[in-house]
Design a protein around this ligand. Structure first.
Ligand code: TUI
Length: 322
């Protein structure tokens, strides 16, 4: 089924749906499955060394001939090595998170690699457009992992008004209602993370998927505000430890230290009690594990149906007398 925006031409995809490049979660298998289904799959480099990321790229290339991306996490100690790898591999798309990727823009441009940063403010959006990025992801604080200050509902239209490159909405989107809302806000595409954690092809530990499937509306919290790197996670014993440390006025370095290795503990080892289970507020909207193709299909069919229903409901020829 056709469901295209100008963003699809830019990225060589059929459906304007990106899968968030989640550290420790979004491996080559998941990225390839999403790309095969017509969206843009994205490998999460996170804090991993370049050799690990290279293996994931090799896996994805074996599983799909379609374009896919890699997320460069700008706080990673290996960020320079990973950036060099992505330039060498000539990955089709690079998204960035948790910082300003300004110094990489020209390098990626020279290789014809689309650089798509996540922005959480209008100021950064304007600065990066001037530097020549191809598109940007406006991510609200409903999202999982590292978050900014603004919600998707207010951030997306402000970024859309401030720049002329395509804007992709992220944060709090898990179903076709979210997709249609994002398009109404002026976005040309969406990025979903939490729902794709529960894709069949996602290799994260089953406990992580089960924790998301069990989550209710108020089950996520933001920890680590005082460190300058606030992170949204499912509330558990680790989140309580973070809360207690912050209440006790612990030093930012001590709080940061508590987080080290905890995402891997949850995602790889399945420790959803003392590990960091990063997830968005949309967790409660995720109801089942299913193939990536079924998720994409549901988003596309659901959105088209919803648009038709909205028109029928509000654009009737019959006068209502008001
Ligand atoms: O990056 C994400 N989500 C992430 S990264 C991550 S790994 C991590 N673990 C512990 C602490 C910190 C990171 C887990 N989840 N989303 C994209 C995102 N980027 N959200 C917000 C931002 C952002 C924030 C500030 C982008 C740019 C920015 O700019 C600051 C500046 O320099 O202007």
């Amino acid at each position: 089924m056709e469901f295209k925006t100008a963003l699809c031409e830019l990225l060589g995809i059929n459906v304007p749906v990106l899968q968030g490049g989640m550290a420790w979660v979004a491996t080559g298998e998941l990225a390839a499955a999403v790309s095969e289904a017509g969206g843009l799959g994205i490998i999460g480099a996170g804090n991993a060394p370049a050799a690990f990321v290279e293996q994931e790229i090799i896996k994805a290339k074996l599983l799909t001939k379609k374009p896919f991306g890699v997320n460069l996490m700008l706080l990673s100690p290996f960020v320079e090595d990973v950036a060099e790898l992505l330039l060498r591999e000539e990955v089709r798309v690079v998204t960035t998170g948790a910082g300003n990727p300004g110094k990489y823009v020209d390098k990626f441009k020279k290789k014809n690699i689309s650089l798509i940063p996540v922005v959480s403010s209008v100021a950064l959006a304007k600065r990066l457009e001037r530097m020549g990025v191809d598109a940007m992801i406006a991510e609200g604080k409903e999202s999982g992992g590292h978050v900014g200050q603004l919600t998707t509902m207010v951030l997306v239209p402000q970024v859309v008004d401030a720049v002329s490159v395509p804007v992709i909405a992220a944060g709090g989107i898990a179903d076709s209602r979210g997709v249609v809302a994002a398009l109404a806000l002026g976005a040309q595409g969406v990025q979903l993370g939490t729902r794709f954690v529960c894709a069949t092809e996602c290799t994260v530990h089953p406990n992580y998927k089960a924790a998301i499937l069990k989550a209710k509306d108020r089950d996520t919290v933001i920890t680590g505000r005082s460190t300058g790197h606030p992170v949204r996670v499912l509330y558990n014993k680790l989140a309580r430890q973070f809360e207690n440390m912050e209440k006790a006025g612990a030093l930012p370095e001590e709080i940061e230290k508590l987080g080290i290795g905890k995402l891997a503990a949850a995602a790889r080892d399945g420790d959803v009690v003392l590990g960091s289970v990063m997830a968005g507020q949309s967790a409660a909207l995720v109801h089942r594990e299913e193939p990536s193709a079924a998720i994409i299909d549901d988003l596309v069919k659901g959105s088209l149906q919803l648009i038709t229903e909205l028109k029928a409901k509000f654009c009737s020829e019959v006068s209502h007398g008001w």
